[in-house]
Design a protein around this ligand. Sequence first.
Ligand code: PGA
Length: 249
Amino acid sequence: MRKKIVAGNWKMNNDLAETEMFLVDLKKQVFPENVVVMIAPSFTNLNQAFESLREHPVTVVAQNMNQNNEGAFTGEISAKMLKSIGVNTVILGHSERRAYFMEDSAILAEKVNTALENEMTAIFCIGEELEDRKKGNHFKLIKKQLFEGLFHLSNESWKNIIIAYEPVWAIGTGETASPEQAQEMHNFIRKTIAENYSKAIADEVSILYGGSVKPDNASEIFGQDDVDGGLIGGASLKVDSFMKIVNSF
Ligand code: PGA
């Protein structure tokens, strides 16, 4: 059965002291057994977070990594570096990476390959801009992102893929896709995987929704058949609101 997942994407927030405070508070919480909880701190705090949560069910995740295994890439972080501190999961293709850091589909497909070669799990983000939705191009665009980023993978690889559908117009804007819009797109993503791989593979992939998920809208969104959880930005920065979302299934 596919997993229910709530992952906090901290983006470029929380320094070391703030991360430590969050961790102290997080470790006091009681977690539901049926939900996989993840947090993605900045690179500088990953080691700290991993060590602090070593005996704890929360998974520590990286927000990005380079597609190359090593070499002259000043400022970059490799899969091997992440794995050496115990981090086995990475967010790839977030719309902010695509928009501000020129990460195109070719680079992202390479990053996915590198993650899988290094036996990591990738949370692969896809999502349309407002313009695409207004023009009615959103299904076409999501299909394109799936084909270019993931559909070269073998059947076997899919067990290490989590998809995050994040409509760009809903990220950090306070505007959420309605539960019906989320379900419609998640169902489309699952059907597209079934058509190109198999129903069995499609049924096993967790598809998370992201974009202004908050404590007061999470349960309605998570209640949709094809929504398996969320990738949470702003509301993951405080333990209180994050835990309310974790407990929204
Ligand atoms: P948000 O961000 O929850 O602040 O909209 C979600 C994301 O970008 O992953």
